[in-house]
Design a protein around this ligand. Structure first.
Ligand code: PEP
Ligand code: MN
Length: 337
């Protein structure tokens, strides 16, 4: 529920109103606009006596909003949120490209890819150290050794590193070593993990679950933000549908919907969305047209030998050509890569 309060009200009148709201066990998101003050009520508003609120003279109107997310809602934060990671910006006019292998495999591999993607204009290096695989017999990632190799690649290139966390046990380690902590599709609704990540002051890349609605994605962002961490990046990575020609179905319409509903940056991962390297280029271009703030693209120096997701990884020279095109596409949308 939203209460629109008239501008220039006396403090004692505002205190009275706030007291009444808090007595009902609700939290208030306070936002001062040019011509009014907007109070976003957080919590179960069913017990609230709307008539009693309306009786306060300072109240202009009461709006019932359907949206249960408040902190992620653009209504309370009209300006786009920009995330600053070691000086590299994501969001607003800055189109950020995160690139790198599905998983870290060796020092030579990650350093060579890091150098290549940096040369092509990527601002962030991705690399999975802990891999959520469907089969327990598949390569599970290098674990903490992988994080150490990412740190070496960061030292070599200066690129901030992005890696996926799978459990709360790893939070301290990731908080110390990783620049953007990724929550994968399979953990989008791991609420205990989300809550703990909300206590950090670290950007969180939140991927949409395989069968999650847009609202569920926003509610998961809300779990993180409710604890105080407002640096959340949303990622559309394709959803499960009846279609089998592609690994997932890229829900591109989710991008403008998310941008309309939320102030958080929205990026697209065309690699996991399509599952095929030759589909990455058209979908990356389309993502820019749809209004995305960035992309996450898998790049591997030798895809045919990759331990994970080689079929959807671009070779460095293909990535380089794609980046040249994307820079021009981004300019049309008023963004810079
Ligand atoms: C990944 O980015 O490596 C990954 C596993 O992605 P998702 O969680 O979207 O499947
Ligand atoms: Mn992958």
């Amino acid at each position: 529920m939203i209460i629109v309060v008239k501008a220039n009200v006396e403090e004692k009148d505002m205190s009275k109103l706030l007291e009444l709201i808090k007595k009902c066990g609700l939290q208030v998101n306070y936002s001062k606009g040019v011509g009014n003050i907007i109070l976003g009520l957080i919590g179960d508003t069913r017990a609230l006596d709307v008539g009693l609120i309306e009786s306060h003279e300072i109240v202009d109107k009461i709006l019932r909003v359907q949206e249960p997310y408040k902190k992620a809602n653009r209504l309370f934060h009209p300006k786009d949120t920009q995330i600053d990671v070691m000086g590299s910006l994501l969001g607003g006019a800055n189109f950020g490209v995160i690139a790198g292998p599905c998983s870290v495999e060796s020092e030579e591999q990650i350093i060579s890819i890091a150098r290549d993607v940096k040369k092509s204009g990527a601002k962030f290096l991705r690399g999975g150290a802990f891999k959520p695989r469907s089969s327990p017999y598949s390569f599970q990632g290098m674990g903490l050794d992988g994080i150490e190799l990412l740190k070496i690649a960061k030292k070599e290139t200066g690129l901030p590193i992005v890696s996926e966390i799978m459990s709360t046990e790893m939070i301290d380690q990731f908080n110390q070593d990783v620049d953007i902590i990724q929550v994968g599709a399979r953990n989008m609704q791991n609420f205990i993990l989300l809550r703990e990540l909300g206590k950090l002051k670290k950007p969180i890349l939140l991927k949409r679950g395989l069968s999650a609605t847009i609202e569920e994605l926003l509610m998961s962002a809300e779990y993180i933000m409710k604890e105080g961490n407002d640096q959340v990046i949303l990622c559309e990575r394709g959803i499960r549908t009846f279609e089998t020609m592609t690994r997932n179905t890229l829900d591109l319409s989710a991008v403008p919907v998310l941008k309309k509903k939320s102030h958080l940056p929205v990026i697209v991962d065309p690699s996991h969305a399509t599952g095929m390297w030759w589909l990455v280029e058209p979908m990356a271009k389309a993502s820019i047209a749809a209004g995305a703030d960035g992309l996450m693209i898998e790049v591997h120096n030798s895809p045919e030998e990759a331990l994970c997701d080689g079929q959807q990884s671009l070779k460095p020279d293909v990535f380089d050509k794609l980046m040249s095109k994307l820079k021009a596409y981004a300019l049309i949308e008023g963004k810079v890569i």
